[in-house]
Design a protein around this ligand. Sequence first.
Ligand code: ATP
Ligand code: MG
Length: 289
Amino acid sequence: MVAHPECWDMENEFREIPDIQDFAEEPFGVPVGESDVDKPCVRCRNINVHYGSKHAIRNVSLDVRPREVLSLIGPSGCGKSTLLRCLNRMNDLIPGCRVSGVVEVNGSDIYGREIDVVNLRKQVGMVFQKPNPFPWSIYENVAYGPRIHGLVDSREDLDRAVKAALKRAGLWQEVKRRLDEPGTSLSSGQQQRLCIARALAVKPTILLMDEPCSALDPIGAGKIESLIEELRQQLTIVTVTHSVQQAARVSQRTAYFHFGRLIEVGETDQVLTHPRHPLTEAYLTGRIG
Ligand SMILES: Nc1ncnc2c1ncn2[C@@H]1O[C@H](COP(=O)(O)OP(=O)(O)OP(=O)(O)O)[C@@H](O)[C@H]1O
Ligand SMILES: [Mg+2]
C-alpha cells in the first residue's frame, strides 16, 4: 500500500476503492476518454512538472477545444493549478519548477525559444482564486494592460477599452460612477469581476481561471458562473474547481486528475454522471477529497 498523507488514508478508509497499485503504471498512465480533439486551441503532450524532487504533473497529454469551458477537477494537491500554470508559463515564476513536454497554444509551441512570454500571457489570461486587484483605481486596474501592450493611441481609446472590458465582465453598471475609487474598495465578487475585466482588456483568446469562485458568496459565485457562460461565446476557458456542481453548470468537458496524473476526461455529463474510471467515481462519491 502506498501512503499518500496529503490526501487520504486509503488503508483504513477506502478499501472498496481499487488499490492505487493496481494503476501503478499501465493502465494508470493511460487516461480514460478522449484527451485529444480535432483542431485544439491548446495542445499539451507529455507534460511533466517537477518542483525540485517533487513530481507534480506526470506525463499529461490533454487538448482544449476552441470556445469550450474545460473544468479541471480532483483532490487537493493533484496538480490542477500546476497544469493550469503550464498553459501560460506562470510556472516560470516559481523557483525550482521545471516543466517538460510540449504545450501549443493556437499552434505555437509556447516553450519555444522565440516565444515572448509577456505576449503569451496577453493571449492566455489568468484569474486567480483570491481577487488580486492592483492597489490603484478601478480605472487604472483595467487600463494597465492596454497601456503596457500599446493597444490604444489616445485617452479616448483607453476610456473605450476600459468601458468595454468592464461591460464584458458585467461590472460597468456597478462602477461607472466610481472609476476613480480604489479597486480594493469593491466587494470580493466585484473585485473578482474587476480582475476578469483586467484580463479581458488585453483581448486574450484563452482565459485560465483557478477556482475563481471559491472566495465568493453564492451570489458572487453565480455572477461569475453566468459570466463564464457569456464569455465562452468568444473565448476558450480552462477553469479549476472543487465544486462538481459548478463543473456541471459551466463546462462542456471535464478532466479528472489524481496525484499529478490525468485519469479521465470527456464530456462533462458523461464524466460526472457515468464516470468510467473507478478513481473518478471514488472522487465524485466523496470517497476521495
Ligand atoms: N511552489 C511549489 N513548490 C513546491 N511544491 C509545490 C508548489 N506548488 C505546488 N506544489 C506541489 O505540487 C503538487 C500539486 O500542487 P497544485 O497546487 O498544483 O495542486 P492543486 O490540485 O491545485 O491543489 P488545490 O486543490 O489544493 O489547489 C502538490 O503536491 C503541491 O504540494
Ligand atoms: Mg490549486
